[in-house]
Design a protein around this ligand. Sequence first.
Ligand code: SF4
Length: 378
Amino acid sequence: MSSSQGYVKRALSLQKILLKYRDPLLARKLVDRIHDLSRRVDDKVVIMNFCGTHEHTITYYGIRSLMPANIELVAGPGCPVCVTPSRIIDYAIKLALDEGVIVYTYGDMYKVPGTKYSLAQAKSLGANVRVVYGFNDAVKQARSDRRESVFVGVGFETTMPTVASQIYIGNVPENLAIIPAYKLTPPILKYMLGRGDIRIDGIILPGHVSTIIGVESWLFLEGIVPSVISGFEPIDILISIYIILKQLVNHERRVINQYRRVVQFKGNVKARKIMSEVFNIVDADWRGIGLVPKSGATLADRYSNLNAEMRYHVRIDKSIDVKPGCKCADIVLGKAKPTDCPLFLKACTPERPYGPCMVSSEGTCHIWAKYGGYNEVK
Ligand code: SF4
């Protein structure tokens, strides 16, 4: 078989799998069952998703509009770019403008507003900012460029292994440092459940993150709230909602792995081991939320030579995370919807974002603006 025939065969088999998870008849049956169960639960049930990609599926496929009146689907803090504090952006900009350091960043971070400027605006002022697809790309460019450079290290447990593995095998050139702003998902969920002012009756847990950290990292939720690790297709989401409601009806509080085709109990053991060698867990600042205990990762002491903050002693005196009028802080906590913000689709649009939730493709405001989530508010 030629390579092109092999490619076509693989594409067709992928299409077959996808069609299974987008089957309208199966979706209809699941929606009917969700409606049946909704009559057997409390007046109101709030189910939070914890991943921008889940919010994308829910909004893109209009799943909210299919829900019974008492089932509310809310988005949580699943957009890493949205929760990265302004200080990180301000710091990268200062390095670029004052020290002439090249800044490598993901495209998602590029337009996120800092206190005064975004990285994109800083570029127009002369900062050398380059968008890369990932850390490996930054390593490659820094190696050939040889100038002082930094990589803006943001993301959840899904993006950390690539960085960790390059550091672990000693493949980072001396002229490249990392601004470590990684965030960990179980601690923020623990924090949210402990606040007492956020209603969460069920949780759709992040599938991508769980491929790395495994089912076992979520077991602290057992006995507290019905939770389902979910895949990203519409059928996955509907099954996950069904499982949560079924648990509520049966008065159960368990962690169920719906995404068994990908997520293992222990996750990616090798990646977790390398991450634990390369990173130290620290208290971390979440944009608009504040300091959350043990919810971030910085470079371990033995790799501190690669930590930009150890290499460049640049001071950021005051940074502003939440601009006047922006409700991003409440949106990432599931306490508000984009439509609760008076600036939504007026002074804040995907083309001219005012707050961080409108920038990234994983930001709730961006998703609602792009795919019409505002039409489905009950
Ligand atoms: Fe912030 Fe814009 Fe969302 Fe309003 S619409 S909460 S200003 S990102």
